[in-house]
Design a protein around this ligand. Structure first.
Ligand code: DX5
Ligand code: ZN
Length: 225
């Protein structure tokens, strides 16, 4: 049985009380913390860095922290995030000159490594990188902002990525990020995704536990049989 993971993106949390927000969302049933790092260079927005990751660990967060790097270059910042308590680190292959080296660096630092594919980026780099990949993250919006609409063609990409993972025989998570809501999460799970990032759908809701529960019910219904 697949274990489905819900990873709220703290991009939509209230940053003035981030520790409390993360405590609340985990208490509400979330599995991981999705941590969006933006540099106003690779993407047109600026967010949070290793200091905030460390601050969450110091606050007592023990759940996996899923660091999504939207920065260019990537290698300089990887060891800093590993030291700050990242559990997994993903990056966009376009943002690294040497994808294999960046993946190896993440693993050498003791974290799980993943590649992130923008809506228009082909999956072809996986052909010679999959041996070092623990997670494939499919962007279903263009990276940079929360609250955008799900880009429909990414559904076919989920199917394609699932085939690649199954053919590899490796234990690789398939994560989807952008426009994921309670009303489409079931379909995404049925197509083959197992890890779901949701920012605005959770943090803009009055009751985090209720949304997460709805998400899990919809996943279970869509994947039953
Ligand atoms: C966008 C980020 C996402 C974002 C998702 O670049 O990678 O993680 O927070 O936000 P929603 O779920 O609101 O689309
Ligand atoms: Zn993200």
């Amino acid at each position: 049985m697949t274990d489905y993971v819900i990873a709220p993106s703290i991009l939509s949390a209230n940053f003035a009380k981030l520790g409390e927000e993360v405590d609340n969302v985990l208490e509400a049933g979330a599995d991981w913390v999705h941590f969006d790092v933006m540099d106003n260079h690779y993407v047109p927005n600026l967010t949070i860095g290793p200091m905030i990751c460390q601050a969450l660990r110091d606050h007592g967060i023990t759940a996996p922290i899923d660091v999504h790097l939207m920065v260019e270059p990537v290698d300089r910042i990887i060891p800093d995030f590993a030291k700050a308590g990242a559990s997994m680190i993903t990056f966009h292959p376009e943002a690294s000159r040497h994808v294999d080296r960046s993946l190896q660096l993440i693993k050498d630092e003791g974290c799980q490594a993943g590649l992130v594919f923008n809506p228009a980026t082909p999956l072809s780099v996986l052909e010679w990188a999959i041996e070092k990949v623990d997670m494939i993250l499919l962007m279903s919006v263009n990276p940079g902002f929360g609250g955008q609409s799900f880009i429909e063609h990414v559904k076919q990409k989920i199917v394609a990525a699932r085939k690649i993972i199954d053919a590899s025989g490796r234990d690789i998570r398939l994560e989807v990020d952008g426009g994921v809501k309670a009303n489409n999460i079931g379909e995404l799970a049925a197509l083959g995704a197992d890890t779901f990032v949701a920012g605005s759908a959770i943090f803009n809701a009055p009751n985090y536990a209720e949304v997460i529960k709805n998400m899990r019910t919809n996943i279970a219904d869509a994947t039953a049989n």
